[in-house]
Design a protein around this ligand. Structure first.
Ligand code: FES
Length: 147
């Protein structure tokens, strides 16, 4: 079978779908190639992600990866959420076909974007090495260093 049972389960019954009106952080990311968009909402209390919801306008794999990503970061610390990799998301889903791996990247980026929004709103400085090149919010600063 192309997709694991777990992928199908999260696709058919996605967890934590919706919006959090008074979210502490919102991250929206998109994939320019496929046009899919993922939005992640987090509530944070004492550095812990107490609630998380997502809205994904995209393929089944994008829905499954965002669904499981919410389960993986709920109740965890902000630091743990930032350490969530797309690889861990794929493993938790029991694998994805190679041409669908990019959908899991969207899930990782959405979590990171939501955390970044939380940091920005609260004027918290963060470790930009947690953001991969391309998604790093201070990419321009890196550019300047390289020049
Ligand atoms: Fe675009 Fe899956 S095909 S995120």
């Amino acid at each position: 079978m192309l997709y694991s049972e777990k992928v199908m389960d999260h696709f058919r019954n996605p967890r934590n779908v919706g919006e959090i009106p008074d979210a502490d952080g919102i991250g929206e990311v998109g994939n320019a190639k496929c046009g899919d968009i993922m939005r992640m909402y987090i509530k944070v209390s004492d550095n812990i992600i107490t609630d998380v919801k997502f809205m994904t306008f995209g393929c089944g794999s994008a829905i499954a990866t965002s669904s499981i990503a919410t389960e993986m970061i709920k109740g965890k610390s902000i630091d743990d959420a930032l350490d969530l990799t797309n690889k861990a998301v794929v493993e938790a889903l029991g694998g994805l076909p190679a041409h669908k791996i990019h959908c899991s990247v969207l899930a990782e980026e959405a979590v990171k974007a939501a955390v970044k929004d939380y940091y920005d709103k609260n004027h918290i400085t963060y470790d930009c090495s947690k953001y991969s090149v391309g998604t790093c919010p201070c990419i321009h600063e890196h550019d300047n260093i390289e020049q």
